[in-house]
Design a protein around this ligand. Structure first.
Ligand SMILES: *[C@@H]1O[C@H](CO)[C@@H](O)[C@H](O)[C@H]1NC(C)=O
Ligand SMILES: *[C@@H]1O[C@H](CO)[C@@H](O)[C@H](O)[C@H]1NC(C)=O
Ligand SMILES: *[C@@H]1O[C@H](CO)[C@@H](O)[C@H](O)[C@H]1NC(C)=O
Ligand SMILES: *[C@@H]1O[C@H](CO)[C@@H](O)[C@H](O)[C@H]1NC(C)=O
Ligand SMILES: *[C@@H]1O[C@H](CO)[C@@H](O)[C@H](O)[C@H]1NC(C)=O
Ligand SMILES: *[C@@H]1O[C@H](CO)[C@@H](O)[C@H](O)[C@H]1NC(C)=O
Ligand SMILES: *[C@@H]1O[C@H](CO)[C@@H](O)[C@H](O)[C@H]1NC(C)=O
Ligand SMILES: *[C@@H]1O[C@H](CO)[C@@H](O)[C@H](O)[C@H]1NC(C)=O
Ligand SMILES: *[C@@H]1O[C@H](CO)[C@@H](O)[C@H](O)[C@H]1NC(C)=O
Ligand SMILES: *[C@@H]1O[C@H](CO)[C@@H](O)[C@H](O)[C@H]1NC(C)=O
Ligand SMILES: *[C@@H]1O[C@H](CO)[C@@H](O)[C@H](O)[C@H]1NC(C)=O
Length: 395
């Protein structure tokens, strides 16, 4: 599943490449989107590896072209900083290796690469790594090194150095992926290693995405705590009262899945359309910006909002109608997460106009995959110790 968000990005980049023939590297006036295809400016990157202004134990989630959410980690001594996608549907941590030759593997070009020869803490492992993700294969080998995430250092962490990636990887901002899934094998995902080494206060982490779609900083991951300031609250007689957190059991899978009761589109006071009518499985998908669901149901949603096929698996709507699109309510027990038109449509401004892409994507699946569009409404808690998921409306 980790692969999905990368293909999405391809679409957006195609648009941009098309759009950028004349000018390779320009910044949109209103800052809604920054195109930075061939140049990685270090000054834009107010990262969150130790030493930054982020609060203790929190990682900033940065946004690359509205499609790829990434943060920063540092590996080795002296630390080598890499951009990584934090993916709740995947368990392994992998980064591009300096052994990935940019000549034979164009996908490794323009990326930061981890060079174990330059780290005094590196320990070889020797095991090879290979996984077939359908769309592409990932090939590499395991290594050990110390790794820093937020203000925490993990010693002797087992991760994968990738030596072969698909060509399309050239356009990704990320140099790797940190799996935030649930431990499902001998492999210790990063958070489990942090927790086992006693670095975090509680054996849980939580994720917040802000709704500021145009901004570079899109949210944060809280390691070991819940930031109540980022969840919804009311003032009752002058006292701040936070919404209750709903906890649901998380089945022992390598990802975080919950039971959704219903998805309702409200057309007007007399007409609703219900999806996932008998309840359905929903997977929290932190590395994607979209909401992917069963092809038939998503096609109906697109029909109701008059969306048209744009490119690959993306649909667009008339930008003038975004504000009047029907709201869509996601119901989990007694919680409702409401997405209005502007929340499930992303406006992408480019030189010759504006494009309005919906967050919804059709897939051959009965499960829904809830990415950024949903996570901007729901503050999510991943309770590793108690194998449960917490949900509460985001602030
Ligand atoms: C990064 O930080 C500098 C200085 O604090 C600030 O001027 C700049 O706007 C920040 N850049 C981004 C993209 O947040
Ligand atoms: C961050 O947390 C670590 C470990 O709990 C602690 O040693 C350190 O002093 C904290 N730093 C700040 C700036 O609060
Ligand atoms: C973590 O590791 C980095 C890089 O080796 C080092 O600069 C930093 O001081 C370490 N931090 C702690 C809290 O040990
Ligand atoms: C992935 O590897 C398998 C062999 O294990 C091969 O059959 C397949 O063609 C590869 N897929 C891609 C996209 O390269
Ligand atoms: C890094 O790893 C080495 C050996 O693996 C260990 O002795 C050292 O304490 C670690 N450093 C930090 C900052 O965790
Ligand atoms: C690192 O971890 C591996 C596996 O957990 C272990 O076999 C190895 O001895 C450890 N190395 C150090 C230096 O702690
Ligand atoms: C929440 O906000 C209050 C008041 O603005 C502040 O004092 C507190 O430190 C914040 N808590 C966290 C966890 O950031
Ligand atoms: C708020 O204060 C009023 C007057 O003191 C009281 O009647 C009311 O019950 C309070 N409401 C709540 C929710 O506590
Ligand atoms: C409600 O929406 C449905 C479907 O879009 C439409 O057929 C119906 O006329 C609308 N009713 C009102 C009162 O607007
Ligand atoms: C449609 O759904 C909304 C929101 O859940 C609800 O308030 C309303 O009663 C429903 N209307 C109909 C006609 O079912
Ligand atoms: C919501 O459900 C939870 C348990 O499922 C319950 O503890 C809580 O009281 C409910 N809250 C409301 C406002 O009904």
């Amino acid at each position: 599943m980790a692969s999905k968000s990368f293909t999405l990005l391809t679409v957006i980049v195609l648009i941009n490449i098309f759009n950028c023939f004349a000018e390779e590297n320009y910044v949109e006036d209103d800052q809604t989107m920054k195109i930075d295809l061939y140049q990685r400016s270090p000054t834009e990157e107010n990262g969150s590896v130790s030493g930054s202004k982020d609060p203790n134990g929190s990682i900033s989630i940065l946004d690359y072209m509205n499609q790829e959410f990434y943060g920063k980690i540092s590996i080795g001594r002296p630390g080598q900083t890499l951009n990584v996608v934090f993916d709740t549907t995947w368990i392994y941590t992998w980064v591009l290796s300096s052994k990935c030759s940019s000549i034979y593997n164009i996908g490794c070009y323009f990326h930061n690469k981890y060079n174990h020869d330059k780290s005094s803490d590196y320990k070889p492992d020797g095991r090879k790594f290979f996984v077939n993700l359908g769309i592409y294969n990932l090939t590499g080998f395991y290594s050990y090194d110390n790794i820093s995430v937020s203000q925490y250092n993990v010693s002797n962490f087992s991760f994968i150095e990738i030596t072969e990636v698909p060509k399309s990887f050239i356009i990704n901002k990320a140099d790797g992926v940190v799996g935030l899934g649930q431990k499902a094998s001998n492999y210790d995902p990063l958070f489990y290693a942090l927790s086992r080494q006693g670095k975090v206060r509680n054996s849980l982490f939580s994720i917040y995405f802000n709704r500021n779609y145009g901004s570079y900083k899109r949210g944060s991951i809280m390691l070991g705590y819940i930031d109540r300031n980022l969840t919804r609250s009311r003032k009752i007689n002058g006292t701040k009262v936070y919404d209750e957190i709903l906890y649901l059991p998380a089945p022992g899978l390598s990802y975080w899945q919950l039971h959704m009761d219903q998805i309702v589109m409200v057309h007007n006071s007399t007409r609703n359309s219900t999806f996932c009518a008998k309840g359905c499985n929903a997977v929290l998908y932190s590395s994607s910006s979209t909401i992917t669901g069963p092809a038939k149901e998503v096609a109906q949603i697109h029909k109701f909002i008059n969306a048209e096929k744009f490119l690959m698996d993306r649909y667009s709507v008339d930008c003038k109608k975004v504000d009047s699109l029907p709201a869509i309510h996601f119901r989990v027990r007694n919680k409702t997460f409401t997405l209005t038109g502007p929340k499930y449509v992303t406006k992408i401004s480019y030189k010759f106009g504006t494009l309005c892409l919906t967050a919804f994507q059709e897939a051959d699946t009965s499960t829904w995959f809830l990415g950024g569009a949903f996570l901007s409404e729901a503050y999510t808690i991943y309770d590793v110790a108690q194998r449960r998921i917490g949900l509460v409306n985001a602030a």
